[in-house]
Design a protein around this ligand. Structure first.
Ligand code: NAD
Ligand code: MG
Length: 388
């Protein structure tokens, strides 16, 4: 029986993780859960999966949960950032699934690694902010960092076809999001609802907006750099609107190995949970003749400047990827609140990158300080633009 600690249980990834657990009760059990504010859903998850420990966002939500569960469940309830770390490093867990959204995922993921847990990583922000530190911790504690992000799972699977020294480049596919065919001018008037409406995947709000700006692909390029130890010049992005080819690896003899499948997050989640075994998921077969065609295009860097910005933050290194991430989180939240126009998300990130730059990628302290400064700076830029 593999025992799972799940961070971000009430989110899109968390719900899919529990779906896989539900399908294979003889293989998996859930020993710890962490979530934010959705106490109604977490209380139902607690009653169904009987974890030993649960974390919610704060004391007030602990009290609500205690009332909801009085007499029905007797585990421990913790809260806040410390609560997330306790769940991440929960003693009886064999694997921790990191699926909190945003920078809040970094410290719990590190806590899991330091406690010797294998980690299934959905929270790409962890590697964007502190890839070097996290990969060093993975090596030091001899744990596995298994990708849950579908592109990275695809690359992880394709890499198994050859020797690491024979890999020439990796190619990440991107659906292109809901605005793939829009002009730059038409992008000015994008609404919140349009941006949240991803053509192929149903996901949390933040990653849906990131997919619309293509910042998600930029974050994934940085994630891939660390996860697979690839230089930025050996990472490419190709637009593939059907989301059937999940990513590819090119070897030095010119062979290209890809992973294909229907777009369903349960596939990479189950692979991370059961690696190296594959589970008989009830996903249905990929019918290639029904797909009819698979298209691939060069990304339009002018319409989607986020991708270029992420590549340049990665090349510059230091704390710049963490600054990119923090400014993006603030700008996406402002867009979702109706305080920022769609193109201003990436403009805010670009301006923040110009003014917050100091710090080393080897220092967690520097990274967390840059994250905080970048958030303040991005807020300043947004409120200035609201008053101009
Ligand atoms: P989501 O918004 O649906 O869920 C986020 C979860 O994190 C919720 O359970 C929420 O309660 C919890 N959470 C948020 N802040 C928290 C905090 N401070 N402390 C504790 N819990 C907190 O997001 P999602 O779409 O499930 O994405 C989660 C992560 O997985 C993101 O990093 C995203 O980039 C990555 N990812 C998602 C998908 C997808 O298909 N949804 C695919 C690949 C990668
Ligand atoms: Mg992805």
């Amino acid at each position: 029986m593999k025992k799972i600690s799940l961070l971000g249980a009430t989110g899109s990834i968390g719900i899919n993780v529990l779906e896989v657990v539900r399908q294979f009760p003889e293989r998996f059990s859930v020993v710890a859960l962490a979530a934010g504010r959705n106490v109604e859903l977490i209380s139902r998850q607690i009653l169904e999966f009987s974890p030993e420990c649960v974390s919610v966002c704060d004391q007030e939500h602990v009290r609500i949960l205690q009332t909801l569960l009085a007499g029905k469940w007797h585990g421990e309830i913790v809260c806040g950032p410390e609560g997330n770390e306790q769940v991440a490093a929960w003693p009886t867990a064999h694997i921790t699934i990191s699926a909190i959204v945003g920078a809040a995922g970094l410290l719990p993921t590190l806590a899991a690694i330091r406690a010797g847990k294998d980690v299934g990583l959905a929270n790409k922000e962890t590697l964007v902010m502190a890839g070097k530190i996290v990969m060093a911790a993975v090596a030091r504690h001899r744990v596995r960092l298994l990708p849950v992000d579908s592109e990275h799972s695809a690359i992880f699977q394709a890499l198994a076809a050859g020797r690491r020294e024979d890999v020439q480049k990796i190619i990440l596919t991107a659906s292109g999001g809901p605005f793939r065919t829009r002009t730059r001018e038409a992008m000015q008037t994008v609404t919140r609802e349009e941006a949240l409406n991803h053509p192929n995947w149903s996901m949390g709000k933040k990653i849906s907006i990131d997919s619309a700006t293509l910042m998600n692909k930029g974050l994934e390029v940085i994630e891939a750099r660390w996860l697979f130890g690839m230089e930025p010049d050996s990472i490419e992005v190709v637009i593939h609107p059907q989301s059937i080819v999940h990513s590819l690896v090119e070897f030095r003899d010119g062979s290209v190995v890809a992973q294909l499948g229907l777009p369903d997050m349960r596939v990479p989640i189950a692979y991370a949970l059961s690696y190296p075994e594959r589970l008989p998921l009830d996903i249905g077969s990929l019918n290639l003749s029904e797909c009819a065609r698979l298209d691939f295009f060069e990304p339009d860097y002018n319409c989607f400047p986020a991708l270029r910005l992420a590549f340049s933050a990665l090349r510059a290194g230091g704390v710049l990827p963490a600054v990119l991430n923090a400014a993006n989180e603030v700008a996406v939240a402002a867009f979702l609140d109706g305080r920022l126009r769609f193109p201003a998300i990436v403009e805010t990130v670009a301006s923040t990158l110009e003014s917050v730059q100091d710090g080393s990628e080897d220092s967690l302290e520097d990274i967390l300080a840059a994250d905080m400064l970048a958030r303040r700076q991005a807020e300043r830029i947004i409120s200035r633009s609201a008053h101009s």
